[in-house]
Design a protein around this ligand. Structure first.
Ligand code: TRP
Length: 336
């Protein structure tokens, strides 16, 4: 592929915090789609470690999660030579642009962010300024690269809207400095629910038994699926409203086996919940095995991972620098 061809591809930016296990929900709903998109877009997959600091972290664990996330991205099929897999803190332009943009963002609009309000409740002992300005750092992430599309879940849509507002406000004052990004919604990706409370989305911040991590052992997977909530009925049917637990298991099976929901339901016709759980368990273990094998190889080779992170931080940095220089110049910072 020629360099010019790469450059004309639309730019996609995605950020994931290195704050916990990556679940099969993240894999099915997001990472697996990145693998499908990676050739049509110029992709930046940032490990947003600065965002992770808005909540108190164990430093050694944060470092470990960061390397693990890089290895997992690669193990899931992202290409570290093509896609820019890098750490946010390794590209100082993210923090620099955040300061500038924070002078173009209003207290009022930040106070309206539902995530800020929710986190202020769950972290009432540590409502720090970083939690408040979190969306400005996210806007900087996105705008630094002249990003066209940002694949995010529903919970991040409001942050993307404020990013667009900030970009438009800045452009109105200084001319077309930023590309105004669009949300990218995956077409019909399965939403995976919690195993213990199937009315909620599967989340790594919920108790362990409610989610399956990409790095769970076969025994963990067996145990968690055995305990997964179903219902008192015995009929295997896809009905998310009335049978959320059973439907969630059907969704997981269908997403990982590649069979449609209808075909999956037909497959389980006449069988019981025990059979359903057993077969879902098999399909999960089998699908995760190649990812885990590759991950285990990669994680042993810290030097390789570090090399990837360094190479990609340099590539990201050179794009980011271009935008930041332009911004500094536009706002009137004296240039040498
Ligand atoms: N806030 C996002 C989340 O918690 C992570 C994130 C940070 C992000 N910067 C980003 C997502 C830029 C997309 C684009 O999920």
């Amino acid at each position: 592929m020629t360099e010019t061809k790469i450059k004309t591809k639309p730019i996609l930016f995605s950020g994931v915090q290195p704050s916990g296990a990556i679940t099969i929900g993240n894999y099915i709903g997001a990472i697996r789609n990145f693998v499908l998109l990676k050739d049509s877009y110029r992709c930046l997959f940032s490990i947003v470690d600065l965002h992770a600091l808005t909540v108190r972290r164990e430093p050694a664990l944060l470092r470990r999660r960061t390397v693990e996330l890089a290895a997992l991205y690669i193990a899931c099929g992202l290409d570290p030579e093509e896609n820019l897999i890098y750490c946010q803190s390794h590209v100082p332009e993210h923090a620099e642009l955040t300061w500038i943009l924070s002078c173009y963002t209003y207290m009022g609009e930040l106070s309206r962010m539902t995530q800020f309000k929710a986190k202020s409740e769950t972290n009432s002992d540590n409502i720090n300024a970083g939690l408040f300005t979190y969306p400005v750092l996210m806007a900087a992430d996105i705008l630094l690269y002249q990003t066209q599309i940002v694949p995010v879940g529903a919970d991040q849509k409001q942050h993307l809207e404020i990013t667009r507002d900030i970009a438009q406000r800045f452009n109105a004052l200084y001319g077309d400095v930023f590309v105004v990004p669009e949300v990218y919604m995956h077409k019909e990706t399965a939403k995976i629910m919690s195993l213990s409370d199937p009315s909620r989305k599967m989340s790594k911040s919920d108790p362990e038994e409610s989610y399956i991590s990409l790095l769970d052992s076969p025994d963990d997977i067996r145990r968690k699926l055995k305990r997964a909530v179903t219902d008192s009925d015995t009929n295997i049917a896809f009905d998310p409203e009335n049978k959320p637990g059973v439907s969630n298991l059907i969704t997981i099976y269908s997403a990982l086996s590649g069979d449609s929901v209808e075909k999956t339901v037909k497959h389980f016709n006449g069988k019981g919940y025990g059979d359903l759980k057993k077969e879902v368990t098999e399909v999960v273990i089998e699908s995760l095995k190649p990812i885990q094998d590759r991950f285990n190889e990669l994680i042993k080779d810290k030097q390789y991972i570090n090399g990837i992170l360094k190479y990609n931080a340099e590539r990201a940095g050179s794009i980011a620098q271009r935008t930041l220089r332009k911004v500094y110049k536009k706002v009137g910072l004296y240039q040498l």
